[in-house]
Design a protein around this ligand. Structure first.
Ligand code: AAO
Length: 512
C-alpha cells in the first residue's frame, strides 16, 4: 500500500514534466505579446507545417492598463482578475486559437501569473483590460473576488513590505516582489480561485502552464494548487494526461532558494543555460566552445528531465530578470542563430525558442531606458497584428526569430534526431566543434577567427545531404551547401569564419 502511494505521488509529479507534444515534435516557441488571432493563423500557416510542438502565450487574464509609462509590456504581469480578456484578445478569440492550434497539433502553454495581483501603486478604477473595477490601495479585486484578507501582508516582516533581500527565503516568498500585491496562497480560498482559473484553461484545451515567479511561492502551496488541477482535455490528449508545468525559478546559484525545491512539481526554467552559452559564444572569461563537450548536467545544470531551456527570454533580452550582458538575443543575430542552433541540436532539456518584438533600445550605463516598451501598437494602445512579408519574415516590428530559416530548420532537426544520443564529438581545442545525434543528424560550428577545414566522422549513412543552415531541401533540390557523406560516414567540411552563418547542419530528412 505504501509503495502504491509512493508510486502514485511520484507518478503525479513526474507526469507534469511531460509537455505532451504531439507527432514527435520537440520545441516550444514563445510568441511574446502576440494577439490570439495572429497565433491561430501562425499555428495553421507556419507552426504546424514546420514541426513546432507548442506555443507559450502571454498571460491571457485581465491585467492592469498603465499610462505611465505608456502601455508597458509588463502591465500583463499585473493581474486584475481571472477574466479572459487581455491585450491579446477576448475569451472567444482565445478559445478559437486554442482549438485551431490543437487541430494542427500545436499545443498551447499559458503564462500563469498566480503569485500576485497588480502593484501596490496601481490606483483605483477601471483601467483594466476587461474594464473591471479594482482598488490596489484597498486590495480589493471584486471580479475574482479577492479582498485584503487574501494577501500576505501580515506574514511579511520587511518594513517596506517588499522583498529587500534575496538571501532571506521568507522575504522572497512572503513579501511583495517589486511592490506586486502578494497573494496568500496558503489560504484554501485563494488556492481554489487560482485552480479554477487554470482548470478553465485546461477545459478549453491548453496543454500546460509556464508558472510565473515560482521562487516567490512556497513549494507546498504550489503543490496544493497543482493537486487540484484537472487532467488535460481528452478531445486532444490521451486519457489521464497531466498538465505540463514549467516553473519560472531564477537560480544562478548563491541564493537559499534553489530550483531543486521545485523539481517534484514539474520542470523548471534553467537560467544557467542561456547565461553560460552566451558567455561561451561571446568567448568571454576564457570560455571556448570546445568546453561544451559535457554540456548539460556536466556544467552543473539541473537534471535533464527537469529542465526547460532557452537562449533568452522576454525578461533577460531587455535586462530584466537574470543573466546579464552575456545573454544572446536577436540584437546579436549572428551569434543568436548559432546559440539557438546549438541548443536545438543538443539533447539536453525541453527547448523554448524566443520570438520577440523590436523596440527602440537605448542603453545608458548598461541599462536600457526603453526596457518597458510594449508590443507594436496602434495609437490607442491596441496591439498590431503580425503581417507576413513575401519572403516569410514578419513586418511591423515583429522579429519572428522562429521564422528565420536557420532557426526553423533547427527546430525540424531536433524533431528528426529526437531520442538519438549525443555522439561523434570533435573539437579543435578552441571554438570549432562538431557533434552528431546517433545516425540521424550532425552539426559543425566554427566560432573561431579562422577557417574550419576538416574531415569528420558524422555517423550518418553515406549520401549527399543538404545543409539546412545555408539553405534547405526544396522539391528534391538543395538551395544551400551540399555535404557528401562517404560510405564510412566521413564527410569533409569547410566553414569560413567570415560566413554569415558559420555552421552547417545535416539530418536524415535533408538527404537528397
Ligand atoms: C513593474 C515595474 C516595477 C514596479 C512593479 C509594480 O517595473 O518598477 O514596482 O511593476 O508596480 C515584469 C517586469 C517588472 C514589472 C512586473 C509587473 O519584469 O519590471 O514590474 O512585470 O508589471 C525576479 C523574479 C522573477 C521575475 C523577475 C523579473 O524572481 O520571477 O524578477 N520574472 C517574472 C516575469 C516578469 C515579471 C514578473 C515575474 C512579475 O518573467 O516578466 O515582471 O510577474 C535576482 C533574483 C531573481 C529576480 C531578479 C530580479 O536575479 O535571483 O529571482 O527575478 O534578481 O532582478 C544577476 C542579477 C540579479 C539576479 C541574480 C541571480 O546577475 O543581477 O538581478 O544575479 O543570481
Amino acid at each position: 500500500m505504501k509503495l502504491f502511494i509512493l508510486v502514485a505521488l511520484f507518478g503525479l509529479g513526474l507526469a507534469q514534466h511531460n509537455p505532451h507534444i504531439r507527432h514527435g515534435r520537440t520545441s516550444i516557441v514563445h510568441l511574446f505579446e502576440w494577439r490570439w488571432a495572429d497565433i491561430a493563423a501562425e499555428c495553421e500557416r507556419f507552426l504546424g507545417p514546420n514541426g513546432f510542438g507548442g506555443v507559450q502565450i502571454s498571460p491571457p487574464n485581465e491585467h492592469i492598463i498603465l499610462d505611465s509609462p505608456w502601455r508597458p509590456w509588463w502591465q500583463r504581469y499585473q493581474p486584475i482578475s481571472y477574466n479572459l480578456c487581455s491585450r491579446s484578445g477576448s475569451e472567444d478569440e482565445l478559445r478559437d486559437m486554442i482549438t485551431r492550434c490543437n487541430n494542427v497539433g500545436v499545443n498551447i502553454y499559458v503564462d500563469a501569473v498566480i503569485n500576485h495581483m497588480c502593484g501596490n501603486t496601481g490606483g483605483e478604477g477601471t483601467h483594466s483590460s476587461c474594464g473591471s473595477w479594482f482598488s490596489a490601495s484597498r486590495k480589493d479585486f471584486p471580479s475574482v473576488p479577492y479582498s485584503h484578507w487574501d494577501f500576505n501582508d501580515n506574514k511579511c516582516k520587511t518594513s517596506s513590505g517588499d522583498i529587500e533581500n534575496y538571501a532571506d527565503a521568507y522575504q522572497v516568498r512572503d513579501c511583495r516582489l517589486v511592490g506586486l500585491l502578494d497573494l496568500a496562497l496558503e489560504k484554501d480560498y485563494v488556492r481554489g480561485k487560482v485552480a479554477d482559473f487554470m482548470n478553465k484553461l485546461i477545459d478549453m484545451g491548453v496543454a500546460g502552464f509556464r508558472v510565473d515567479a515560482c521562487k516567490h511561492m512556497w513549494p507546498g502551496d504550489l503543490e496544493a494548487v497543482s493537486g487540484r488541477l484537472k487532467n488535460l482535455s481528452t478531445r486532444w490528449f490521451p486519457n489521464g494526461s497531466r498538465p505540463f508545468i514549467y516553473q519560472e525559478v531564477i537560480d544562478l546559484g548563491n541564493e537559499p532558494i534553489s530550483s531543486s525545491q521545485y523539481f517534484h512539481l514539474g520542470r523548471v526554467t534553467e537560467f544557467k543555460y542561456g547565461a553560460k552559452l552566451g558567455t561561451v559564444f561571446r568567448k568571454w572569461h576564457g570560455e571556448k566552445l570546445c568546453y561544451t563537450r559535457n554540456w548539460g548536467e556536466g556544467w552543473g545544470f539541473m537534471p535533464d528531465g527537469n529542465a526547460l531551456v532557452f537562449i533568452d527570454n522576454h525578461d533577460n533580452q531587455r535586462g530584466h530578470g537574470a543573466g546579464g550582458a552575456s545573454i544572446v538575443t536577436f540584437w546579436d543575430s549572428r551569434l543568436h542563430k548559432m546559440a539557438v542552433g546549438f541548443m536545438l541540436a543538443h539533447p539536453y532539456g525541453v527547448t523554448r525558442v524566443m520570438s520577440s518584438f523590436r523596440w527602440n533600445r537605448q542603453v545608458v550605463n548598461g541599462k536600457d531606458q526603453n526596457d518597458w516598451i510594449g508590443p507594436p501598437s496602434h495609437s490607442d494602445g491596441s496591439t498590431k497584428s503580425v503581417p507576413i512579408n513575401p519572403d516569410q519574415t514578419c513586418g511591423d516590428g515583429w522579429v519572428c526569430e522562429h521564422r528565420w530559416r536557420q532557426i526553423k530548420n533547427m527546430v525540424i532537426f531536433r524533431n528528426v534526431v529526437n531520442g538519438q544520443p549525443h555522439s561523434n564529438w570533435w573539437d579543435n581545442q578552441s571554438n570549432q566543434v562538431a557533434f552528431g545525434r546517433g545516425n540521424r543528424g550532425f552539426i559543425v560550428f566554427n566560432n573561431d577567427d579562422w577557417d574550419l577545414d576538416v574531415t569528420l566522422n558524422t555517423g550518418m549513412p553515406g549520401g549527399t545531404y543538404c545543409d539546412v543552415i545555408s539553405g534547405q531541401k526544396e522539391g528534391g533540390r538543395c538551395t544551400g551547401k551540399q555535404i557528401q557523406v562517404g560510405g564510412d560516414g566521413h564527410a569533409h567540411f569547410r566553414i569560413s569564419n567570415t560566413e554569415e552563418d558559420p555552421f552547417v547542419a545535416i539530418h536524415a530528412e535533408s538527404k537528397l
